[in-house]
Design a protein around this ligand. Structure first.
Ligand code: CTP
Ligand code: CA
Length: 227
């Protein structure tokens, strides 16, 4: 096997993938999180490596391990994730599959918050940096192909189109994550590819097959943007 030259549509490319949730501390023992399992992002990292790419996976706290042949960087918070992405640049393709927490606690406690005779702690929230938009809007060092995800519970396509424009990425992979779909934490996914050129809806596939099909498509798109 080692004698075989690397092959596949992404040989010679560096791909950065974000995956999983982020954890935002409330105090040293508590945090804000979400239901992301990291399965889709990890599957994409694996598929990109199988397609010959050098892959850096920036993963929030998940129960699954980093795929073989992938450099995995584990982070906790959104701010840590942004710093890790910036450190991993430059890249040819950025795939932002993480379910980044939108808010963090501005007044996180340095010590465990104690109950206090029925008085409730006042948590004040502040917005996290938008990792995808921050990288996509960079003048220097923007990966030529930037892919975002849009996890929606209603108006999936409409919201995805708005996100494509708002974030400045080239492609949005949109999906319906309402509880009934079982996407969050599940093994299957029904996605829509949204670009400036239009919308393409894929049949329901395993997250592994979504990853392979997406990587195949990105192999073609990355050649087009390089022209
Ligand atoms: N994203 C990011 N950093 C954030 C929030 C989102 O990089 N702080 C990325 C996600 O990884 C995803 C895309 O932006 O690729 C869209 O995330 P989503 O949560 O759907 O969009 P938001 O802009 O946060 O809008 P909202 O949650 O209000 O729908
Ligand atoms: Ca969000």
């Amino acid at each position: 096997e080692q004698l075989l030259a690397p092959s596949g549509p992404l040989v010679g490319k560096h791909v950065i993938v974000t995956s999983g949730p982020t954890h935002e501390p409330i105090d040293p023992v508590r945090y804000i999180a979400n239901r992301s399992s990291g399965k889709q992002g990890h599957a994409i990292a694996r598929a990109a490596a199988e397609a010959g790419a050098r892959v850096t996976l920036i993963s929030g706290p998940v129960d699954i391990s980093g795929p073989a042949g992938v450099t995995t960087v584990r982070v906790e918070s959104a701010r840590d994730m942004l710093a890790a992405v910036e450190k991993a640049l430059p890249a040819d393709i950025g795939i932002f599959a993480a379910a980044v927490a939108d808010w963090r606690v501005a007044n996180a406690g340095a010590q465990k918050i104690k109950k206090n005779g029925g008085a409730l702690p006042e948590l004040s929230l502040t917005e996290n940096p938008d990792i995808l938009a921050t990288i996509a809007r960079r003048n220097e060092g923007r990966p030529p192909l930037m892919v975002g995800f849009a996890a929606e519970t209603e108006h999936v396509i409409e919201h995805a189109k708005q996100k494509l424009a708002k974030k400045g990425c080239d492609l949005i992979v949109a999906n319906d994550v309402s509880t009934e779909t079982g996407v969050m934490g599940g093994d299957r996914n029904t996605v829509h590819l949204v670009t400036a050129g239009g919308v393409e809806t894929w049949p329901t596939l395993s997250k592994t097959d979504v990853a392979r099909k997406l990587v195949e498509r990105l192999g073609k798109l990355v050649e087009e943007v390089a022209k």
